[in-house]
Design a protein around this ligand. Structure first.
Ligand code: MG
Length: 385
């Protein structure tokens, strides 16, 4: 396998001068933690690793210390003061590059943390034939033109439209000249517009959905922790005569039943512990202590329902359940369908996301001797905020 060709030399400007109020929180959003590190650091790390040098980071007044901390240890970084508009901020970044006289420059937003290296490569490649190149994606939804009173006034042809992302790539001398020629009283949507109005053409290069801009608090909530979680649970109850046998909220006819403080539904206890484990919120004993008389004989369905509700409050929805019951008897197969239906009702999961398996232990150990039933469960959660 041959090494990928190295990228041509390029400089970068990362615009981080926004106040970021839409994303909520006290810090400007570009300095808030996103997947464990400041939002701005994600794309700057990629740019630095791709060879961008220098990287002009354009900052709002009073944020230099925050930026130094957020980007500590990265090479080739220079800080520039921002302007009152985005195009002024970019112009400041371009002027700061004058002593470096780079051939090409990538202009990026700090609020787009996922920056695939292939996107950088496609943009720089397109600059061989064009003075500018921007990542663009097709529009998949149909488009309506809003008229007075929010009434549909017409439709737009989505085939002719593209969604534009950053980074935008330019030959340096041409974008610098275009910015210097720009009428400062006019608001530019982006740097591609600045170049086209100065006569430069722009290549539309295949964009990437991962270049999504982080704009609202929900984006941070979703990304605050890993978007997926897993949890596992294990439980055992003793089989005794004179007790009812409940598994997954279904009563099973058998000559013995499970003993315990609640209805002793060993399957639901394992699943409940798995859900609580995935959100790091204790275990079934923490939330429903056996010492509390209100849980005597309780239906275990309410334990699982409560755990799913806690997961929802933590920003997660249940993805799937994989349960294994370990016993010699009763046979689980004849009751599997009813158990899946019951679990679906408790959790809101589709039945194809609920697996109930059963095994024996070849007559070995306490399950083999029929002294008890063991259950183990693995579940997944996904960020639902
Ligand atoms: Mg238990």
């Amino acid at each position: 396998m041959s090494d990928a060709p190295t990228l041509p030399q390029f400089a970068a400007i990362v615009v981080a001068a926004g106040k970021g109020l839409r994303a909520g929180g006290e810090l400007p959003k570009q300095f808030r933690k996103f997947r464990g590190k400041p939002l701005i650091r994600h794309s700057v790390e990629v740019l630095a690793a791709a060879g961008a040098d220098p990287i002009e980071v354009v900052l709002a007044e009073g944020t230099r210390e925050l930026a130094k901390e957020a980007l500590a240890g990265l090479g080739g970084i220079e800080f520039v003061g921002g302007g009152t508009t985005r195009q002024e901020s970019v112009a400041n970044g371009l002027e700061a590059l004058v002593p470096h006289s780079p051939k090409t420059v990538l202009i990026h937003d700090a609020a787009r943390p996922d920056l695939p290296k292939e996107a950088i490569r496609r943009l720089l490649e397109a600059l061989k034939d064009h003075p500018g190149a921007i990542p663009a994606l097709p529009v998949v939804d149909s488009l309506a033109v809003a008229g007075d009173g929010d009434v549909m006034a017409g439709k737009a042809d989505r085939e002719a439209l593209r969604r534009v992302q950053t980074p935008q790539a330019f030959r340096y001398t041409e974008i610098l000249a275009a910015h210097r020629a720009w009428d400062g009283a006019k608001n530019a949507g982006d740097d591609a517009q600045v170049l086209t109005e100065n006569g430069g053409n722009i290549a539309l290069v295949q964009g990437d959905e991962r270049l999504k801009k982080i704009t609202v608090a929900e984006d941070f909530m979703t990304a605050h922790s890993a978007p997926f979680r897993v949890g596992q649970g294990f439980d055992v109850h003793r089989l005794v005569e004179g007790e009812e046998l409940w598994l997954c909220g279904v009563q099973i006819p058998h000559d013995k039943g499970l003993s315990g403080h609640s209805d002793a539904d060993v399957a639901l206890h394992a699943i409940t512990d798995a859900v609580l484990g995935a959100i790091g919120d204790g275990d079934i004993g923490t939330h429903f202590p056996p010492s509390d008389p209100q849980w005597a004989g309780a239906r275990s369905a309410q334990f699982l329902e409560h755990a799913v509700k806690l997961a929802g409050e933590a920003g997660f929805a249940l993805g799937n359940i994989d349960l294994t019951l370990i016993c010699e008897a009763p046979k689980i197969g004849p009751h599997r369908a009813a158990m899946r239906t019951a679990l679906g009702a408790m959790t809101g999961l589709e039945e194809n996301a609920i697996s109930i398996k059963a095994t024996t232990t070849e007559r070995l150990g306490f399950t083999g001797r029929g002294e008890g039933i063991a259950a183990q469960a693995i579940i997944s959660l996904y960020a639902s905020a």
